[in-house]
Design a protein around this ligand. Structure first.
Ligand code: F0G
Length: 453
């Protein structure tokens, strides 16, 4: 089924700060008037215009689930009525989205929140939520005829970009911090054929160099300052509402790094309410690691009036970001939905990750900040026991096996100031057992495990 452009899907760019509406974006996707970020808006969606019949849209999207068409099978392009128009011949899809919504019974008991669900965006083709934005923004690069696409990354954006570039016959340039990304992610961009540069700096340093590069070379920037990324990532929230039969939960909790994902999910929630696809807004809360908490500090210390960049450090390397590009967009959706911002410690992240794993789901460290944050939001009373909560798990367990193995072996915090405190989560550790190769030894291990279970 082709994508028809009509007045409803005609999108325009707008600066989030000065409101300028340029016809096209510059190479760095910053407003040429004031330097702030751009976003898409849909002039046809004015309040009361009834741009769409909500019931008809819902049934159209549901029917596409049985289609053999590649775009209909994508959990992003299936919702194309809510996205800017890209002609079908330029679309690049790996059938992204369509990610499961799971109950977390053990975590529910541990947090006292009975109705606790996880939407696992790590079940995307390259195993992180980035694919939903990348299918859309890589298609925009293809539409514009770029030979090269590029991003700075903590590992997941680069893995995703490299895959979609390869599918679209484009070259990709990856700038990643040397030594601070997991092998799982690095191996992906190598295998998908990217030119992978490990720079001797952190993520924020990689961003600075890339911003200078795009001014000099014809490469298309695929970081989340690119508003096409945000549009594609919106669909995760639309798909979530469909999975919940359009009955919004009370809370959605997301990790915060560069703050593109929270901005995208929040934008989708606001748009869905405007289009009367949902009748009320969930509260969208954002959780950061204590060692990479510039947004938390911005909201708590400066009431969101400014953000002080910091040198970030956390074992959750995906969110090791000290100067988040989309903080103003995230602030807007935090305020519009009435969400909260929290920070969690390294030990809280590690314990939460093991708890999600023990529910048979698993995720990467950055995703686990959501459960750790939920525990704090429960303690503060912001989340009530009877409320429905959805955690957005952003990356797959296998993205960062070193973290997991070190945690279960009890080595993760060895030699760090948190070593003593970390001992409290020993009950969550399941270290591998090395045995002689005989049946008796295995039976003895089994019996011991049974006694302790
Ligand atoms: N979770 C995971 C697994 C991530 O990879 C990221 C960001 C986030 C959460 C935070 O999302 O930046 O939209 O607030 N990873 C980027 C990358 C920065 O380069 O892969 P955000």
């Amino acid at each position: 089924m082709s994508i028809a452009q009509n007045t409803q899907t005609a999108a325009k760019l707008r600066c989030i700060a000065c409101g300028a509406t340029p016809d096209s974006a510059s190479q760095n996707f910053r407003c040429t008037a004031c330097g702030d970020l751009l976003e898409f808006f849909f002039p046809g969606w004015t309040p009361g215009s009834q741009a769409f019949d909500p019931a008809a849209l819902k049934s159209l999207w549901l029917n596409r689930r049985t289609s053999r068409d590649a775009l209909d099978q994508s959990g992003v392009w299936r919702f194309r009525e809510l996205l800017p128009h890209i002609p079908e011949e330029h679309t690049i899809t790996l059938r992204e989205g369509n990610t499961p919504l799971y109950r977390l019974p053990r975590c529910a008991r541990a947090t006292g929140v009975e109705n606790l669900l996880a939407k696992h965006q790590g079940m995307n083709p390259t195993a992180s939520f980035k694919d939903t934005g990348m299918t859309f923004a890589a298609s925009a690069a293809h539409l514009r005829g770029f030979r090269w696409v590029a991003c700075a990354s903590t590992g997941n954006t680069s893995a995703s970009m490299a895959a979609y570039a390869a599918r679209g016959n484009m070259h990709s340039l990856v700038l990643i911090p040397d030594g601070k990304i997991s092998w799982g992610k690095l191996s992906q961009s190598l295998d998908y054929g990217a030119l992978t540069c490990q720079l001797r700096t952190d993520f924020d340093g990689c961003v600075r160099i890339l911003n200078d590069l795009v001014r000099q070379k014809p490469v298309y920037l695929l970081n989340s300052v690119n508003p096409y990324r945000i549009e594609g990532q919106k669909t995760a929230a639309v798909e979530l509402m469909e999975q919940l039969a359009w009955e919004p939960p009370d809370h959605i909790i997301v990790p915060g790094g560069n703050l593109g994902n929270s901005s995208a999910i929040g934008k989708a929630l606001l748009e869905m309410r405007e289009l009367e696809l949902i009748s009320r807004l969930p509260k969208l809360s954002i959780i950061q690691a204590h060692g990479a908490n510039p947004f938390y500090r911005s909201v708590r210390e400066f009431d969101g009036k400014k953000l002080e960049p910091m040198t970030a450090d956390t074992l959750a390397t995906a969110i090791r970001i000290g100067n988040p590009a989309s903080w103003k967009k995230a602030l807007r959706v935090l305020q519009a939905t009435g969400g909260e911002v929290e920070e969690v410690s390294e030990i809280e992240i590690a314990a939460a990750k093991a708890e999600i794993g023990a529910d048979g789901i698993g995720c990467e460290p950055a995703s686990a900040v959501t459960l750790a944050g939920l525990k704090k939001l429960r303690r503060s009373g912001f989340v009530k026991p009877g409320e429905a909560v959805v955690l957005i798990l952003t990356g797959h367990l296998l993205k960062d096996p070193d973290f997991t193995v070190n945690f279960h072996r009890g080595d993760l915090f060895t030699g760090t100031p948190g070593e003593t405190e970390a001992a409290q989560s020993r009950y969550l550790q399941r270290p591998p057992v090395v045995l002689d190769a005989n049946l008796e030894a295995v039976i003895a291990a089994l019996d011991a495990a049974e006694r302790n279970s």
